[in-house]
Design a protein around this ligand. Structure first.
Ligand code: CDP
Ligand code: CDP
Length: 198
């Protein structure tokens, strides 16, 4: 049985940073599912056609990390047919042995409801905006508005809205360094791995 780690949360909460560190520590492959939606938004044209024809090469397009690409992603991510077209790929990825890590918005709720570890990563809006602004070399006030707009759209959509799974562990990284957040997540993973080994 593969060991799946689902990491969800709002924009720039630290999901990807934690997921990459856990991938290193436990040797599991990691899929940043936000990149799928960013690529669909960047391809343009009919989003459903783009999602159905998505190629791994599309995830390497330049500019996918920009705020504009994030906004485009969140618009196409509200289309049920786009989400449906991406489910199989994500589920297949999640079932790899010995385990896999996926981060996004609906991993613990829709893509991998049976995941062994579910984390929902949050941080204060201003903290997230400051971190993303530093990362992109952008204005924190502009980032704050961008993140809030995206979170509101992601939480309000009918299909797979941004939401913590009832059994997710909430990790608030507002006052945590990256090392502290990673250590907390790794401790949780270790606990579950040990329990399953008994
Ligand atoms: O994947 P997600 O959008 O949730 O966030 P991220 O890309 O992992 O983190 C956003 C930014 O915050 C990155 O530049 C991280 O280095 C930074 N970060 C931080 O400063 N402190 C943390 N505890 C976590 C992330
Ligand atoms: O890194 P950040 O948290 O800013 O964004 P992301 O994870 O790259 O996701 C970009 C957008 O894709 C989100 O605002 C969501 O609208 C959408 N998304 C989604 O709907 N479901 C996922 N599993 C992942 C991303």
């Amino acid at each position: 049985m593969p060991f799946t780690i689902a990491i969800d949360g709002p924009a720039a909460s630290g999901k990807g940073t934690i997921a990459r560190a856990l991938a290193q520590e436990f040797g599991f492959p990691h899929l940043d599912t936000g990149l799928l939606y960013r690529a669909v938004g960047a391809i343009g044209g009919d989003p459903t056609t783009a999602a159905r024809g998505l190629d791994p090469e599309d995830l390497l397009r330049p500019g996918l990390r920009s705020a504009e690409a994030g906004q485009a992603a969140s618009r196409v991510a509200a289309i049920p047919e786009v989400r449906a077209a991406l489910i199989d790929f994500q589920r297949r990825f999640s079932r790899q042995e010995p385990g896999a890590i996926l981060d996004g918005r609906d991993i613990g709720t829709v893509i991998c409801p049976g995941a062994e570890v579910k984390l929902y990563v949050i941080a204060a809006d201003e903290t997230r905006a400051a971190r993303r602004a530093a990362e992109l070399g952008a204005d924190p006030a502009v980032m704050l508005a961008e993140l809030r707009e995206r979170d509101a759209r992601d939480a309000a959509r009918d299909t797979a809205p941004l939401r913590a799974a009832p059994d997710a562990v909430i990790l608030d990284t507002t006052a945590m360094s990256i090392d502290e957040a990673v250590a907390a997540a790794a401790a949780l993973v270790r606990k579950r791995l040990e329990r399953l080994a008994i």
